[in-house]
Design a protein. Structure first.
Length: 333
């Protein structure tokens, strides 16, 4: 009868939806398949992801979010509408309140686009919160105390780094270096070294199955199939963890450098707290082999991976929804 409050982690790679009282009820790729001739949406989510790189000319698989913000407004709206209808969260007489997450440094125009897309897909009232803040709450940090907490959220399109205290962000950085860029680096490395063209999905497979960012900590191989750039024929090669570490080295150091900058701008009292508590890693990028070891060595601070790094933002939206009235009241005061 009544609608439920919902939290949305609108990610570049995946959309996760948390429904109040039910937990995370949806986790699907942010992909929409569209017929170019009729502009009709053919598939959304997992079904559309399976079509990436495998469609005829008239069908295109679009990822409507790029670098954590909306790149194609209409397609994002269609995607959100589809997910909301699938979940059936609207009541007979009421619409749900929506809490949606965004990167820390997006512009007011980009914020407006996210809010409008959520409203058009069926939200009564839309709240926007910064991603690292919600990720920290989802990872179990008590950010409302007067002490320093640091979180590094490595998603699909952006990496958000923030130091939090008293329920708000003290210093932060948001960089467009994350999961998608890692895939692109692997793809380009194989193209350069082996003159072999592979697709995005193959690059992602390599990242998940054999990649490491700490030299000498993983030694696995994977067979990779693609198209030979010289003769145009299919070819199979074998790549190992060491090669992928080399391919990802520069990208990872961009994130390390951003984290160092945030630490340099952090007040000394909060820095002392971070040494005690450590830095929490969240987001899909936290699952990259050896990343916590590399970060701890570079930043000279303990680094811990959150319990369910990919779900932290969605879990955080759920906890935030429980206290949404308190939070909005605090902001109005």
């Amino acid at each position: 009868m009544f609608s439920r409050d919902i939290g949305i982690d609108l990610g570049t790679a995946n959309v996760l939806i948390h429904v109040k009282g039910k937990g995370i009820v949806l986790n699907e790729p942010s992909v929409v398949a569209i017929d170019k001739n009729t502009n009709r949406v053919l598939a959304v989510g997992e079904e559309a992801r399976r079509m990436v790189g495998r469609t005829p000319g008239n069908i295109i698989a679009i990822r409507p979010l790029k670098d954590g913000v909306i790149a194609d407004f209409d397609v994002t709206e269609s995607m959100l509408k589809y997910f909301m209808n699938k979940l059936d969260v609207k009541g007979l007489l009421t619409k749900p309140r929506i809490l949606i997450c965004c990167p820390t440094n997006i512009t007011s125009v980009e914020q407006k686009a996210i809010r409008e897309a959520a409203e058009k897909s069926g939200g009564k009232k839309v709240y926007l919160e910064e991603e690292p803040k919600i990720a920290a709450i989802g990872a179990g940090m008590d950010i409302f105390q007067p002490s320093g907490n640091m979180v590094i959220d490595i998603g699909g399109g952006t990496t958000d780094i923030a130091v939090l205290s008293m329920g708000d962000i003290v210093t932060s950085a948001s960089i467009k270096m994350a999961g998608d860029k890692f895939d692109a680096e692997i793809l380009n490395y194989i193209k350069r070294k082996y003159k072999l063209l592979i697709g995005e999905r193959t690059a992602e497979d390599i990242k998940v199955k054999v990649a490491t960012v700490s030299k000498g900590t993983r030694n696995e191989t994977i067979e990779v199939r693609g198209r030979d750039m010289v003769n145009g024929l299919p070819r199979t090669i074998t790549v190992n963890s060491e090669e992928i570490e080399e391919a990802l080295r520069e990208s990872i150091y961009v994130i390390v450098q951003a984290a160092k900058t945030v630490l340099e701008n952090t007040p000394p009292e909060l820095s002392a707290d971070i040494i005690d508590r450590g830095i929490i890693l969240t987001g899909g990028g936290a699952l990259l082999h050896g990343i916590e070891q590399l970060m701890a060595n570079e930043l000279k601070v303990p680094v811990i991976i959150a319990e369910n790094p990919m779900d932290c933002v969605a879990i955080g939206t759920g906890l935030m929804l429980e206290n949404i009235d308190k939070v909005t009241r605090r902001k109005l005061v």
